[in-house]
Design a protein around this ligand. Structure first.
Ligand code: NCD
Length: 355
């Protein structure tokens, strides 16, 4: 990565960039969904499950807490966040990584005119891992590129960048899908229906890429025409020979769905409050939809929700969004352990536990 100029690097496709984020066959940075292949996804899910199993006992929790207790992490969140921030924070605590945070750039030297690039370079002087969320798409990649040109490069995890990617959300979504469909032959061949603001929702974009790793998955994109999924994602699906379907008729898609993934209208990106003029009533899941949903289908949402899913649906066993929240913490634990090459110790502990 260091040998390319920023312009040369930026001109690469996400697939071409992906190898630059890996070191010795494992992610060093975690920046784009395209860097995760199927063996990695399977391994991450397995490790997440093993870690949460180990954490059931006090001895296990103390073992985990010692794994990275010599390291510190900076959580730099320049955009609002509840779950992603807290789950990373808790994940750091589980493996003993000491977390620090900058969430409000008005309290940092950015207010004095320091560039965000210089701020992040400062973090790398004190910390061993940078976890960051930023409104500018590709900003985490730029930081990773910049750091690779310094003598103190540290791993960077993208916790949400602009409208383009939210790779760790996609990883926890995969973990949730995998666990839910385990008794039904896995994610392969399932029909996944994405609903809402697919033009600006970064979680759907990242998850759509990851689903390419599972043969036979059909992807359905349900949105008002002006908020449909980007042509770049569709081009990629076509190249991969994946079956997909675009529609604005949500009602008709409910009965055949194996998973419905609801999202909110991302109106923080509106230039002139244009979302307010859209009729989004047809893109909501209500209690009246529950009887139409297959008995073994699941209902997902990255959260935060507004009224895309009626709270009356929460008690239905097919509602997975609160499980997604919990799964997110364990997937982030697993990702951090893999980045720091401490996962094999977890395997050893797990084998002793289950012997
Ligand atoms: C999402 C995000 O920030 O992209 N939230 C999350 O991290 N779970 C979705 C959203 O804000 O709608």
């Amino acid at each position: 990565m260091a040998r390319l100029s920023w312009e040369e690097f930026q001109a690469l496709t996400p697939e071409q960039k992906a190898p630059f984020f890996q070191r010795e066959g494992r992610p060093y940075h975690a920046l784009v969904a395209q860097q995760f292949d199927r063996p990695f996804l399977d391994r991450l899910c397995e490790l997440a499950t093993r870690t949460r199993r180990i954490a059931k006992t006090r001895g296990g929790r103390l073992f985990l807490q010692d794994l990275l207790s010599d390291k510190r992490a900076m959580l730099y969140f320049a955009q609002p966040s509840t779950r992603t921030f807290l789950s990373f924070y808790a994940a750091c605590q589980i493996v003993g990584l000491q977390p620090a945070e900058v969430r409000d750039t008005s309290t940092s030297s950015e207010l004095k005119g320091e560039s965000p690039e210089d701020s992040v370079r400062t973090f790398s002087s004190y910390f061993d891992l940078i976890i960051m969320r930023h409104p500018v798409g590709g900003f985490a990649e730029r930081i990773a590129w910049l750091l690779s040109n310094t003598e103190r490069s540290v791993p960077v995890i993208n916790a949400g960048s602009g409208k383009d990617q939210h790779p760790t959300q996609a990883l926890l979504d995969i973990y949730t899908l995998q666990r839910s469909f385990e008794p039904r032959g896995g994610i392969e061949g399932k029909r996944i229906v994405f609903v809402g603001d697919l033009a600006r929702g970064r979680t759907v974009r990242s998850l759509s890429w990851l689903l390419l790793q599972y043969p036979g998955v059909r992807q359905v994109f349900v949105a008002p025409p002006s908020l449909q999924i980007g042509e770049d994602v569709l081009a990629y699906l076509r190249r991969a020979g994946v079956e997909y379907h675009l529609t604005d008729d949500f009602e008709s898609e409910i009965p055949a769905a194996d998973a419905i993934y609801m999202t909110r209208i991302q109106d923080e990106w509106d230039v002139n409050r244009e979302s307010a003029a859209l009729d989004t009533r047809r893109f909501k899941f209500t209690a009246a939809h529950l009887p139409k949903l297959k008995p073994d289908a699941i209902l997902m949402h990255p959260l935060p929700r507004r009224d895309e899913i009626a709270p009356e649906c929460d008690a239905d066993p097919r509602a997975m969004y609160w499980r997604q929240v919990r799964n997110g913490m364990w997937v982030r634990v697993a990702l951090i352990l893999i980045i720091f090459d401490r996962d094999v110790e977890v395997d050893r502990y797990y084998e002793d536990l289950t012997r």
